[in-house]
Design a protein around this ligand. Sequence first.
Ligand code: UDX
Length: 445
Amino acid sequence: MLKGKRIAVIGTGYVGLVSGACFAYLGHRVIGLDVDTNKIERLKRGEVPIYEPGLDRILKKAIEDGNIEFTTDYSYAVKNADYIFIAVGTPSREDGSADLSYVESAYRSIAEFIDGDDFKVIVNKSTVPVGTGRWAKEFIAGLLREKGVKEPEKRFEVVSNPEFLREGKAVEDFMNPDRVVVGADNREVAGLVASLYEPLQPPILITDLPTAEMIKYASNAFLATKISFINEIANVCEKLGADVTVVARGMGLDHRISPHFLRAGCGFGGSCFPKDVKALIHTAKSVGEEPRLLESVIEVNERQKLRPVEKLLKHIPDLEGRTVAVWGLAFKPETDDMREAPSIPIIRELLARGATVKAYDPVAVENARRVFEKELHTHPQRLIFTSDMYSALEGADALILVTEWPQFKEVDFDKLRGKVVIDGRNLWNPTLMRKYCTYESIGRS
Ligand code: UDX
């Protein structure tokens, strides 16, 4: 029987909420804290403010078991927890570096409520630049010293425990981790944090602080590199009559390569890959390195996002007055997240070329309206969001598939008859599609 540990999670975004709910589900006693009162009120009522499959079920069970509560009160959260997880945002700044202002403000609020006889384990779950953990130790110790706490270093330890959660699969990933990485200068404390995951029996890697921080960046950068790599290969395949999907399968059978993250398409988006690769580039440069490979990963990706429009122009060179349907707006299926989604530059390019865009996504339309607020204002007649996939096709000369939601796979082929279809995710069978429409995909001639 698990002896539940007292955990606070600062930040109830998708990482914080998923981690908090899953820890509570495992039997720990969790306090979720956010500065957003509205969000906390919703969570108290058991409402899940984000779209994340399985999260509502886990959260409901945790609430029923009395293992999770929500608050906006730092004093309450810090006093009633031994482990304080930081899961606040670290957005990109203009120059690509990570903006640590939310993390810093969380450290300040935590330090305010640490007393002279406490020992708190402060765990960074947010992705923070390599070196942040060691800096945080000095920063928090300084804050404690300022308020008169004696031997502040003995009152807390900072630990890095990066998350590897995919949106849309975050609960599944938390519950079945490939590994749990815990980095700390104090190995004993690292072991305590690792033991929170004991019920999951994951492979555990205990490291020092900067190494754990780097594992997160290097992992995301490597996966992003695989995607840009296969996209570059796809573009060459097209010209030579090779099929990139089969090339990827052939490569993936080599266990040193693995078949994952080799799906060619119209580029990667999301809240992690673009931001983390840019932050790693920034960090590398700040220590005098020239991270050419990483820079190319971003460059290839930016170009790849517009590949579907280039393909469309081969068939309809002048888009002025033409109508283009776009299926899939979120950066990937099973999420309503629009951050860095390839649909954004694609739709902007189509509008800039004079086309009318009819766009559909099963869950991301509301967020898309916010992203395209300016365009909806400037071209109210030329950007239309539809409530079902087939309405987007009405009157359309062409269709671009940007996000491979499963429901698009089961398309009624008759509805595509005579149109130009650009399949940005290699979702459909080319031979079958060519019976109905002018069809192009990525890396398959
Ligand atoms: C990613 C990491 O997988 C996760 O470990 C990390 O913690 C956060 O970032 P996420 O951004 O949710 O997760 O999505 P993921 O499923 O990894 O896909 C990222 C992007 O890459 C998507 O836009 C997806 O369409 C694209 N992708 C993925 C490809 O283009 N090809 C692939 O083979 C795989």
